[in-house]
Design a protein around this ligand. Structure first.
Ligand code: SF4
Length: 498
């Protein structure tokens, strides 16, 4: 990538006037290296750039950053057209809140994930849930009330989603949450494994048609591959049947509701990517009254996020073996090479979202996997100004992968519980910040963060470190203030704005 070619010459000249001993070639070269770093690793520290490029002084780096920051073309190049563009999509809408996180200022969360599931019928080998835990059905009504009250009071600019935690459709009152959110104008996405997405469930919960999108976690492409992951016989048949029927009804009742799959890429299944497209083609061919599957999200490296240490999360039926190796990822790069071609042939209207990490591979750039921060680097107060999760007890979790009932060690990231007015989400977060008791995190606690949490945590850590180094974010190469509007905070997978 040669960013300096599109730079205004005038700006380079300013630098040359100021630093007599630096040549134009050197300036251009240094600028290109900064652009390349931020196009690959948005969380790179100014100190690292300074050392890596072996710059003369901080003022020079600040001036180079300014040149990049003031070029609209370079901003687009880095944040919209680079291999890291999925990371940037997450980072940009949150950047204006980073200083509040660092200083522990209260702000209503920009994102809330609701986990209303009572239990789950699957036993996925990469899932961090406590597979022996489920909520008492006697608390469902109370839990629904707490969640509905929270939605009724939520800032209208906040993005709310419904997912797991456990499987959301195991909550028979799920429709009530959707209705409350929809009535307030929230565009709600729901993530489900679709095992319970039967005609009878949909009839009992017609509010499901008020959703903005529905994403189905797809655990295979046939009976055996599904059973291998979920450990449940006939899970594939059930899900496939439910999806086809749901799509047919969707086309009659609410064509605007987008339906898609999320396929988690594991060492055990990455060679099946083509079969996923074939499955979508087959499903679409059975849906004769309109659109079929609208979108496909691909996510990889999931096991490494949920934690692989066998001493933790021991209540699992089984555990998948390993994370993706470098060799697996090399192979995947080749598989992805003709994925777009196959997609055009099998399901041309399908929107594919490659996610953070696969976006690199889809651009033929080898990448070792998701950004992951270490246990000791976790923010000791989380980042509630950006994101929290809430479960059926009304428990407020700082991180999303912690939001499983009785997951080993997760109590430390529950910062409060919703209740009556005094115990609103706002008051709980305010009290937590006021108590000023930092949470001590250890190595294995990083398994409580999902990939989205890792990105946010990396962003806040970067801002803090850069500030300490003397080059705060506002003096860095990205014009964050140009991306501050909330409109860019996406909440769906069927378009590229998340
Ligand atoms: S990943 Fe989802 S479907 Fe699978 S066991 Fe965990 S909660 Fe259930």
């Amino acid at each position: 990538m040669n960013g300096s070619n599109i730079l205004a010459k005038k700006l380079e000249e300013i630098i040359l006037k100021k630093y007599h001993n630096i040549s134009l070639d050197q300036v251009r070269n240094d600028i290109d290296r900064i652009i390349n770093s931020f196009s690959r690793r948005p969380w790179v520290l100014q100190e690292n750039i300074f050392n890596k490029i072996n710059l003369k002084n901080k003022e020079y780096l600040i001036d180079l950053n300014k040149i990049i920051r003031e070029s609209e073309k370079l901003q687009i190049l880095i944040t919209k057209n680079s291999a890291a563009k999925k990371y940037w999509n997450t980072i940009l809408p949150f950047s204006h809140r980073v200083n509040d996180v660092i200083r522990n200022n209260y702000k209503y969360p920009l994102r809330i994930a609701i986990f209303p599931g009572v239990s789950c019928m699957f036993f996925c080998g990469f899932c961090g849930r406590n597979q022996k835990a489920k909520y008492e059905s006697s608390i469902i009504d109370d839990g629904i009330n707490k969640i509905n009250n929270m939605i009724s009071e939520a800032d209208i600019g906040t993005k709310i989603s419904i997912s797991g935690g456990l499987e959301p459709l195991t909550n028979p009152k799920l429709g009530s949450i959707i209705k409350t959110g929809s009535d307030r104008g929230f565009k709600l996405p729901l993530i489900t494994n679709a095992y319970s997405l039967t005609d009878s469930f949909v009839k009992k919960n017609p509010e499901i048609w008020l959703l903005d999108s529905l994403r189905i976690s797809l655990y295979g492409h046939d009976d055996q591959s599904y059973k291998d992951i979920t450990q449940l016989d006939k899970s594939f048949k059930m899900v496939k049947k439910n999806v086809i029927n749901f799509l047919k009804s969707r086309n009659d009742i609410n064509k605007n509701l987008k339906v898609g799959f999320n396929f988690i890429i594991l060492p055990e299944n990455y060679k099946d990517l083509k079969n996923v497209l074939l499955l979508i083609k087959e499903i679409n061919s059975e849906v004769k009254n309109g659109e079929g599957i609208n979108f496909l999200t691909l996510r990889d490296d999931y096991q490494s996020v949920t934690g692989q240490d066998e001493n933790y999360d021991t209540e699992r039926k089984y555990r998948l073996n390993n994370g993706m190796t470098d060799q697996n990822r090399e192979d995947l790069l080749k598989i992805i090479e003709n994925f777009e071609e196959l997609k055009s042939e099998y399901c041309p209207r399908l929107h594919v979202d490659y996610g953070y990490s696969l976006e690199y591979l889809s651009q033929k750039i080898f990448d070792r996997g998701l950004v992951k921060i270490k246990g000791e680097e976790i923010r000791s107060f989380g980042f509630s100004q950006l994101s929290v999760a809430v479960d059926l007890h009304g428990d407020i979790f700082l991180f999303r992968e912690a939001g499983f009932l009785n997951r080993q060690g997760n109590k430390k990231v529950i910062i409060g519980r919703l209740g009556n007015e005094v115990n609103s989400l706002e008051n709980n977060i305010k009290n937590f910040l006021k108590r000023n008791e930092p949470i001590k995190f250890e190595k294995n606690d990083s398994r409580f963060l999902d990939s989205f949490d890792h990105v946010l945590n990396a962003l806040v850590n970067q801002a803090e470190e850069d500030e300490k180094f003397g080059i705060p974010l506002s003096f860095g190469p990205i014009a964050f203030k140009n991306f501050d509007n909330k409109e860019s905070l996406g909440n769906n997978w069927y378009s590229d704005d998340i």
